[in-house]
Design a protein around this ligand. Structure first.
Ligand code: GDP
Ligand code: ZN
Length: 355
């Protein structure tokens, strides 16, 4: 049975309710329709923004899949009064020419970063996805899928360890079912998970394995406003054994935006060497006394790691110049990410090991 708790309503959200009008109730956005939001947890299946929110919410503040909202409930329609502070936010650059920030999903707790054990495997791409996940405030778990193919897993696992320092790794096969239990071990009641990774790595296949019979779960045909019929695939699905899966097409391709500490966490090795650079703001390019370049010269740091680090830093700097400042609601993610960065770094820098 669906309850607020099974949908992921926990203390982080319920405490926000203390300040609201007693007539408001919580609901979670399960899909964005043409002009309304599909919601769960309240009586009405559809909700619209209140007139006030319609005027005051900016692009990034608008509800997205995974958001918790406060509604005035109704029989078939609810009215959204407030979008609750988000615990995590996955933001990407919009496709097309404008390349502005776009909120993809909110309040995902764990992202399975899927990669495949074949020649599509790409260490650099993995760094990019893991960085994006750290920046969202969620926890990454790397899934090496297609282990049924006859690949030499040793070097791939080593590459993953280099690219995703301190991140749990699961070997899986959507084809044989291997590793699915390890995946499920990261999913539990009230937790929200999602898959990201480039196309073809097996995200849909793994999703289908997790969902079992529910594969075709869709919100179905609804009589949307103005008599228009629209089909909206439900993008937030409760799993049978507990837990919530968010599956939105927007999570498929990611460009990086501004950094929330994700780069430092992903590149904990670079960050550890950088502690010893002569200049605090060293860019590790041509500065004298750069400990990062020195580490590359002695072979302690792979040159590809430094190149990849620089590329992501440049990409984020370019995006930051091109876009609006992001929501204040993301400061929480930044705070968390900083702590994670420390944790990840302690794994590579013995000086930081004592707790
Ligand atoms: P997505 O684009 O990431 O959603 O990838 P899909 O789930 O659509 O899978 C892409 C292709 O890889 C399909 O032809 C799948 O049948 C195949 N595939 C997915 N997982 C596995 C696996 O574990 N092993 C093998 N051999 N093929 C797989
Ligand atoms: Zn340096």
């Amino acid at each position: 049975m669906t309850t607020l708790a099974s949908l992921g309503f926990d203390d982080f959200f319920s405490t926000q309710f203390e300040q609201f009008d007693k007539s408001w109730s919580p609901a979670r956005v399960v899909a964005e329709g043409q002009s309304s939001f599909h919601v769960a947890g309240c009586r009405a299946p559809l909700a619209d923004l209140s007139g006030r929110l319609m005027k005051t919410l900016d692009k990034l503040g608008r509800p997205v899949v995974g958001d918790w909202v406060a509604v005035i409930d109704g029989v078939d329609r609810a009215s959204i009064q407030h979008v609750l502070d988000r615990r995590t936010t996955l933001v990407r650059r919009a496709a097309g020419t404008k390349r502005e920030p776009q909120m993809v999903a909110a309040n995902v707790d764990v992202f399975f970063v899927v990669t495949a054990a074949n020649r599509d495997f790409n260490e650099r791409r993995l760094e990019r996805y893991v960085t994006a996940v750290w920046n969202s405030g969620a926890e990454p778990v790397v899934v090496l899928n297609k282990v049924d193919l006859d690949a030499d897993l040793g070097p791939l696992l080593e590459a993953i360890e280099r690219a995703a320092i301190g991140v749990p790794v699961i070997r899986a096969s959507a084809a044989t079912g291997v590793g699915l239990d390890d995946l499920r071990a990261h999913i539990r009641a009230g937790r929200t998970v999602g898959f990201i990774g480039s196309s073809g790595v097996g995200k849909s296949s793994l999703t289908n394995r997790l969902l079992g019979r529910e594969v075709q779960a869709v919100a179905g045909l609804r009589n949307d406003d103005r008599g228009r019929h629209t089909t909206t695939a439900r993008q937030l699905i409760e799993l049978e054994d507990g837990g919530v899966l968010i599956d939105t097409p927007g999570m498929r391709e990611l460009g990086l935006l501004e950094d929330e500490g994700g780069i430092e966490t992903t590149f904990a090795d670079v960050a550890a060497f950088a502690e010893h650079c002569r200049f605090r703001d060293c860019k590790h390019t041509t500065e004298p006394g750069c400990a990062v370049i020195a580490a590359v010269e002695t072979g302690e740091l792979p040159v590809e790691r430094l190149a990849s680090y620089r590329k992501l830093v440049r990409e984020i700097a370019a995006a930051a110049r091109a876009s609006d400042p992001l929501l204040a609601s993301r400061t929480k993610a930044r705070w968390k990410a900083t702590h994670r960065a420390m944790r990840a770094r302690s794994k590579v820098d013995p000086k930081l090991k004592r707790d």
